[in-house]
Write a protein that binds this ligand. Structure first.
Ligand code: GCV
Length: 855
């Protein structure tokens, strides 16, 4: 064939129907579910609050749950508790559960605040008191008949108790013998949102804001209400609505009535609203020529604004402030301290009982990278520890869990142990900024627990991070957890159905940081899907292995995530960490890798921990190996405890991680007959994408380290069946170098820069048989490119690349794979990859990989 006639053949072939693996699996799943008699269509919108009807065979177990309910007392939160209980039980039990004003001798569910319940029920089983927000569930006998009691320390406690009862029944746990007393670990269990008033979300990966659009609060707050319901069900009691990179307009008189509307929607769910503020507001919206915290005019400004906010939102939780960080203005402009800055606002809030959350995330992003003593990890401690005791009683320092920035593996911030006289909360990130941005499954609860359980040995042993953030260790009331949620308008809130386990897990851990990861994953799976043994085994298995897997194919041994840190923080971009002021340095060079943070030869960061912990981290031998490169610079030939060298570990772990990600796909496929087709197909498509991107990561990281170290992979691993685009016969494609080079196979790609149809040809020379053909290509976000694969005149697949991976260039973010399964090939067959695109989308294509078909 001439080149032109090949292009014609491709055009003709495109007219034949599409056939893609995803479509096949989706159909199979639909048939399987119909066959299995399960018909409930699911979108993920209800999250873990689906209240799925209990199968008739199991209903007997819940015969003793009263079908009548009496609410003692009245308030918006109590009414929510009542309505939610009626809604949940009616749906699950398949018969009406009704609320009535008083008791008439029959068995009832009795909802109320503990003191009120005790006045009408005298049963020694009931606790005499509960800690803030706590509840008790139990069965008691009263003169007017038996009662299932949901008693709370406060109205909010009653609501949490109602949700706990519903959770129990939804998990099909016995409700006959109840005697549950629960109290949250800490008083602060908040979410933060990095939503901007224009409706965008910084580090949000699930659509636009549910709160804002076009400079205003949205008109329809239904989604806010339904989100509040999800939050409340896991004990969240505060919500900060806007980005910490705050727009000062949010506290102007013109905006406050809009905030009040949101607060009204949150209030019945026991959630108080808070706002992020801009420290330079006195100049930006106050007409002053200064924002010096010690200037009385500035103090008056903050008092005026705080009073105005409280007039609009009387139950405001407080404010959040990011100052002197990443370009945000702060007290350093006037030579003042963070305590000066926090206290001027705290004093305006104090009469109202409001809190100011002052973020500990303060660092210099213009640090000199050539100075080996410079270290961003030191910044939080260096900025704050000397100020301990100088903050007012209603200031809370909000500390990110690690000293850098939500990397795939970090030690805990030493600041937790260094502020005995200051209120503290831990900031955890639910949105997966550095953890695959909800395109990759990454269940973060085990990572959070690793940090919470880390013993800082501040008062001898037995002082894990969780003892500081619960406030118990230093007897502080205002302590707890803040999670950066960043849910969006996607119907399932976080984009990836499995990512909702992180929102759920955050709430559950904030309530009780001692809960095991497995228990949280099991609860979530049963509530979100169902309790069929295979569903629980597969889903929980994937969740629990997902963070270690993500770590395996991204940044090893505490080196940092190895992503493009000056771009969108998603795909591989190994050198982006170096030679700039951002301080996410891994210091990989020709001979070794890792940041030397020791006291003896490095930045001295280890000395910020207690002497016992510092001694452990000072030495390579006693540093936990998963954090080795966070604390030490070691040669590539350094031997790990397993006997493997560091460089070989990098190669092996990346291959292992990519294999695990591929296995997630196969494991999930087994669930087709057992869960709804919608979520089955949507998770499957995400896992397939992840498996491809894990290979992109594997190849980028292993190529880069082979190049930089000059040390080959001792296993001699090759990429069998890979044919580079640049070595194929190209029609209208031009070969171009990709940046960073390691993100393209062979460092180059074929680009269809002029647009229209471009075709690449390869003559197959292997043995006849069934093969899988993977196409490596780049899905840029500057348009739509149509890709197709043909064998001779046979069109075997086609698809559209219209993803939004945060980049318009071929690189580690946009690199992806599409696999055509079970293609019959014989020697001499011509394989063609064609791209049809309109500039500026380059329709870039990297390679094909032809490997024997999997069964
Ligand atoms: C809201 C990191 C993120 C920023 C974020 C910042 C912070 O740098 O990349 O998007 O800004 O942390 O937590 O303030």
């Amino acid at each position: 064939m001439t080149h032109m006639s090949r292009i014609e053949a491709v055009k003709t072939a495109r007219l034949r129907p599409l056939r893609s693996a995803a479509v096949c699996w989706c159909l199979q799943a639909i048939l399987a579910v119909l066959g299995g008699g399960q018909a409930r269509a699911e979108t993920g919108y209800d999250g873990w609050l689906r209240y799925a009807p209990i199968e008739p065979a199991l209903r007997d177990r819940f015969a003793s749950v009263p079908r009548r309910l009496v609410l003692l007392g009245d308030s918006p939160v109590l009414r929510t508790a009542r309505d939610e209980t009626v809604r949940g039980l009616t749906s699950m039990l398949g018969e009406p559960v009704v609320s009535q004003a008083s008791r008439g001798g029959e068995a009832v569910i009795l909802l109320g605040v503990l003191d009120r319940v005790r006045a009408s029920v005298d049963d020694p089983a009931m606790p005499s008191q509960l800690r803030a927000d706590g509840f008790w569930l139990g069965r008691v006998a009263t003169r007017q008949g038996p009662a299932l009691v949901v008693a709370g320390q406060s109205d909010r406690g009653v609501l949490y108790g109602a949700f706990a009862l519903l959770r129990r029944i939804a998990m099909h746990a016995d409700a006959g013998q109840l005697d549950d007393r629960e109290e949250p670990s800490a008083s602060i269990r908040w979410v933060n949102h990095w939503d901007n008033l224009d409706g965008t979300i910084e580090r949000g990966y699930a659509g636009r804001s549910i709160f804002f659009d076009n400079g205003r609060v949205v008109q329809d707050l239904t989604r806010v209400r339904d989100y509040a319901r999800l939050l409340s069900s896991v004990g969240i009691n505060g919500l900060t609505i806007n980005n910490v990179n705050a727009n000062p307009q949010v506290i102007t008189d013109a905006f406050l009535p809009q905030l009040a509307r949101v607060a009204d929607v949150l209030r019945p769910w026991g959630i108080s609203l808070s706002v992020s503020i801009d420290f330079s507001s006195p100049t930006k919206i106050g007409g002053l020529d200064t924002f010096d915290p010690l200037d009385p005019r500035v103090a008056a400004f903050w008092k005026d604004r705080v009073d105005a906010i409280y007039r609009a939102v009387p139950d405001l939780g407080g404010v959040v402030l990011k100052a002197d960080s990443e370009g945000r203005l702060g007290p350093s402009a006037y030579g003042r301290t963070h305590a000066d800055a926090a206290n001027v606002i705290a004093r305006a809030l104090a009469p109202r009982g409001g809190l100011i959350f002052y973020r500990g995330f303060v660092y210099d992003h213009l640090m000199d990278w050539r100075n080996p003593k410079n270290d961003r990890a030191r910044a939080a401690y260096d900025n704050f520890h000397a100020l301990d005791g100088q903050f007012d009683a209603n200031v809370v320092v909000q500390i990110k869990h690690g000293p850098i920035d939500f990397q795939v593996r970090e030690p805990p911030s030493p600041l937790f142990g260094a502020l005995p006289n200051t209120n503290k909360v831990i900031e955890l990130q639910i949105t997966q900024e550095y953890l695959g941005q909800q395109r990759h499954v990454c269940f973060i609860v085990p990572m959070w627990k690793r940090v919470l359980d880390f013993d800082l040995q501040v008062k001898g042993t037995g002082t894990p991070v969780k003892s500081f953030v619960s406030g118990r260790l230093f007897g502080r009331r205002d302590a707890g957890f803040v999670g950066v949620s960043n849910i969006g308008r996607d119907v399932n809130w976080l984009g990836h159905d499995l990512a909702m386990a992180n929102l759920y897990g955050f709430g559950r851990l904030a309530w009780n940081p001692d809960l095991p990861s497995r228990e949280i994953a099991e609860e979530w799976t049963k509530l979100t899907f169902n309790d069929k043994p295979l569903v629980v085994e597969v889903t929980v298995g994937i969740l629990l292995e997902s963070w270690p897997t993500y770590e395996q194919y991204t940044g090893p041994l505490g080196a940092g995530t190895l992503t493009d840190i000056i771009g969108v923080h998603y795909g591989p971009g190994i050198e982006s960490s170096e030679r700039n002021g951002w301080g996410q340095w891994h210091r990989a060079n020709g001979t070794g890798i890792g940041m030397d943070r020791t006291a003896a030869t490095g930045t001295g960061f280890v000395s910020q921990y207690s002497p016992a912990v510092a001694a452990m981290l000072e030495s390579r031998a006693s540093t936990p190996e998963e954090l080795l490169l966070f604390f030490h610079h070691v040669p590539y030939t350094y031997k790990l405890r397993s006997g493997e060298t560091v460089i070989q570990y990098i190669y092996n772990s990346h291959y292992q991680g990519a294999m695990n990600a591929a296995a997630f796909v196969e494991r999930w496929r087994r669930l087709g007959p057992f869960i709804d087709p919608e979520r089955f197909a949507s998770v499957l498509a995400k896992l397939e994408y992840q498996a491809g991107h894990a290979i992109v990561w594997r190849d980028a990281v292993t190529s880069w380290f082979r190049w930089v170290s000059g040390i080959p992979d001792a296993t001699g691993r090759r990429l069998p069946g890979r044919v580079e685009a640049e070595s194929m016969t190209l029609d209208r494609f031009a070969v171009t170098a990709v940046t960073p080079w390691e993100t393209a196979s062979g460092a180059q790609a074929a680009v269809c820069a002029a647009g229209g149809l471009c075709v690449a040809h390869h003559r197959f020379q292997g043995t006849a048989g069934l093969y899988d053909i993977a196409v490596g290509y780049f899905d840029e976000n500057d348009g739509e490119a149509r890709y197709g694969v043909s064998v001779g005149a046979r069109r075997i697949d086609s698809w559209v690349a219209d993803g939004q991976f945060g980049s318009a260039s071929p690189n580690g973010h946009t690199a992806t794979r599409h696999t055509v399964r079970r293609v019959t090939l014989k020697p001499g067959d011509e394989i063609m990859v064609d791209v049809n695109t309109t500039p500026p989308d380059g329709g870039a294509f990297d390679y094909i990989e032809i490997v024997p078909a999997r069964d």
